[in-house]
Design a protein around this ligand. Structure first.
Ligand SMILES: [Zn+2]
Length: 397
C-alpha cells in the first residue's frame, strides 16, 4: 500500500480508500462475470469531481487509479457506488469445423483371390496343374457367347421343335422303390412301348453333335428328330436300355459320373460297358467326377469336377467331349462361364423345353421322362404346348 507522508488525515483517507478498493476487488471477484464500473460519487459534505476508477472492463486499472484517489484532498469523503453493471460481453464464437468430412475412403479394399480350393478333392488323381482357370477379382462376362462350330448367316434364326429326352434308370422297379426311385426308373416294358411310339410316329434319333451342326450350319436332319440322353451312367443302361434301343436301331448319349466308374461302383457302368456302347454308336459325355452340385462349390472345385470328368472321357474316346449335363440341373453365371471356357458346345439342364436353337446353348432344356408316366403322359410330354406335368418332375438324382 502507498503511504503518504503529507498528513495523518490523508493517511486516514488513504486507509479508507484502500478499504474501498479492497472491497471493490472482492466485489469484482464475487461478481466475476459482472465487471463493475466504479466511480467516486458525492461526498457527504463536499462535492468532489467524480473520479473514474479506470476502465470498468479492466479490473487491473483500479490499482492505478487508487494512487490518484489517495492524493485527493483530506476533506473529500468518497462514496463508491456501483454506477453501472456493464453488459456482459458475449462473444459469439463461430464454430469452425476443423474436421473436414471427405467421401474418399482412405483404405483400399483389395480382393485377394485364393487359388487354393477350400475343399479337398477326394480323388487320388487331383489335377493340381491342369486347371487353366485362375480366380480373378474382376469377372468379365463374354458379351456374345459363341460356342460350337462356325455359325452361318442363318444360324440365329433356326428354331427346331426337337425333343431331347432325359432318362436316368431303365430297369424293373425294386420292391421297396419309393416314388422318387420310381420316377427315376423307366421299367423295360414301358421303355419299349415309348420307343415303339416314337418309331411309329416318324421320329428318328440323332446325336447332340448332329443337332449342333444342323443349328449352326444348316446340315440336314430328319424333320422329326429326337435325341436320347441318359444321366449318371447307371449299369442298367447297359443291361436294359442298350439292348432295347438296339432293337429299334436307336443310339443315345450317356452322361457319365467318371469317378464313380473309376472306383468301380456296382451301381454304375464299367468303362468296358461304356466303351462297348460307344462302339455301337453311343456318345459318352461328362456329368462331373462325383455328381457335385456345382453351385454349391467354389470356382476351382467346379473346374476340377467338370474338367476332370471331361479329360477322363477324352482319354477313353480319343476326342474332346463337347456336351455336358449339370448335376441336379444346378448352374449359375460362374458355372456357365467355366463350361464355356472349357470348350463345351452345349450344356443340358433339367428345364423343360422342346425348342432348340443356338441361343443359350449352355442352358438347353429337355423333356424329362418319368418312370411313373403312363403312355398318355409320355405323349403329352412330346406335345409342343406345356401340359400339366405328372409326378416325378423336379427330381434329378
Ligand atoms: Zn445326374
Amino acid at each position: 500500500m502507498h503511504h503518504s507522508p503529507k498528513s495523518d488525515g490523508i493517511e486516514k483517507y488513504a486507509l479508507l480508500l484502500s478499504g474501498i478498493i479492497i472491497a471493490l476487488i472482492v466485489g469484482t471477484a464475487i461478481f466475476a462475470s459482472r465487471q463493475t464500473a466504479v466511480s467516486v460519487a458525492e461526498a457527504e459534505t463536499t462535492t468532489v469531481p467524480t473520479v473514474a476508477l479506470g476502465d470498468p472492463t479492466e479490473t487491473i486499472a483500479v490499482t492505478a487509479d487508487f494512487v490518484e484517489i489517495a492524493e485527493a484532498t483530506p476533506e473529500t469523503i468518497l462514496t463508491v457506488t456501483e454506477s453501472s453493471v456493464s453488459t456482459p460481453v458475449i462473444t459469439r464464437v463461430t464454430p469452425t469445423n476443423t474436421a473436414t468430412a471427405t467421401n474418399t475412403p482412405t483404405a483400399t479394399y483389395t480382393l485377394t483371390p485364393s487359388n487354393t480350393p477350400t475343399e479337398t478333392p477326394t480323388s487320388t488323381n487331383t489335377p493340381t496343374s491342369t486347371a487353366t482357370h485362375t480366380a480373378t477379382a474382376t469377372y468379365t462376362p463374354t458379351p456374345t457367347p459363341t460356342v460350337g462350330p462356325t455359325q452361318d448367316a442363318a444360324a440365329g434364326s433356326r428354331f427346331f421343335e426337337l425333343p431331347i429326352l432325359m432318362y436316368h434308370r431303365v430297369e424293373p422297379w425294386p420292391e421297396d422303390a419309393g416314388e422318387l426311385r420310381e420316377g427315376l426308373t423307366v421299367q423295360p416294358d414301358m421303355f419299349r412301348l415309348q420307343l415303339e411310339y416314337l418309331r411309329d410316329n416318324g421320329y428318328e434319333d440323332i446325336s447332340l453333335y448332329e443337332m449342333q451342326y444342323a443349328l449352326t450350319q444348316g446340315r440336314e436332319i430328319p424333320e422329326k428328330s429326337v435325341i436320347f440322353t441318359f444321366d449318371d451312367g447307371y449299369r442298367d443302361n447297359y443291361e436294359y436300355a442298350f439292348p432295347i434301343m438296339q432293337e429299334f436301331g436307336f443310339t443315345g448319349t450317356l452322361f457319365l459320373v467318371t469317378e464313380f466308374m473309376d472306383e468301380g461302383r456296382e451301381e454304375y457302368l464299367t468303362w468296358d460297358m461304356a466303351l462297348e456302347m460307344h462302339e455301337a454308336g453311343w456318345d459318352l459325355e461328362p456329368h462331373t467326377k462325383t455328381h457335385a452340385s456345382l453351385t454349391e462349390h467354389n470356382h476351382d472345385y467346379v473346374i476340377y469336377e467338370v474338367l476332370g470328368s471331361m479329360e477322363t472321357i477324352k482319354h477313353y474316346v480319343g476326342y474332346q467331349p463337347r456336351f455336358f449335363v449339370y448335376p441336379y440341373g444346378a448352374y449359375d453365371d460362374d458355372v456357365v462361364q467355366i463350361i464355356r471356357d472349357i470348350g463345351f458346345w452345349g450344356a443340358l439342364t433339367t428345364k423343360r423345353s422342346l425348342t432348340q436353337s443356338i441361343h443359350y446353348p449352355l442352358e438347353r432344356g429337355r423333356i424329362r421322362v418319368s418312370g411313373r408316366d403312363t403312355m398318355q403322359d409320355f405323349k403329352n410330354r412330346l406335345a409342343p404346348l406345356p401340359t400339366p406335368t405328372p409326378e416325378g418332375d423336379g427330381v434329378d438324382e
